[in-house]
Write a new protein. Structure first.
Length: 51
């Protein structure tokens, strides 16, 4: 996904919704700040099985 961390989290969410076990990774500084809102909204609220 390149440097689009929030899009990476959205793609991981789509795969998890379809029943896949997803492992999404990126550099720590980018994944914690840039994708935090996507992680919170798309993964934590629906309680999906993303790693």
């Amino acid at each position: 996904m390149g440097i689009a961390e929030s899009i990476t989290m959205a793609a991981a969410t789509g795969m998890a919704v379809n029943g896949r076990m997803v492992i999404a990774c990126s550099y720590g500084v980018f994944i914690t700040m840039r994708a935090l809102e996507a992680i919170h909204t798309f993964i934590c609220y629906p309680d999906l099985n993303d790693k």
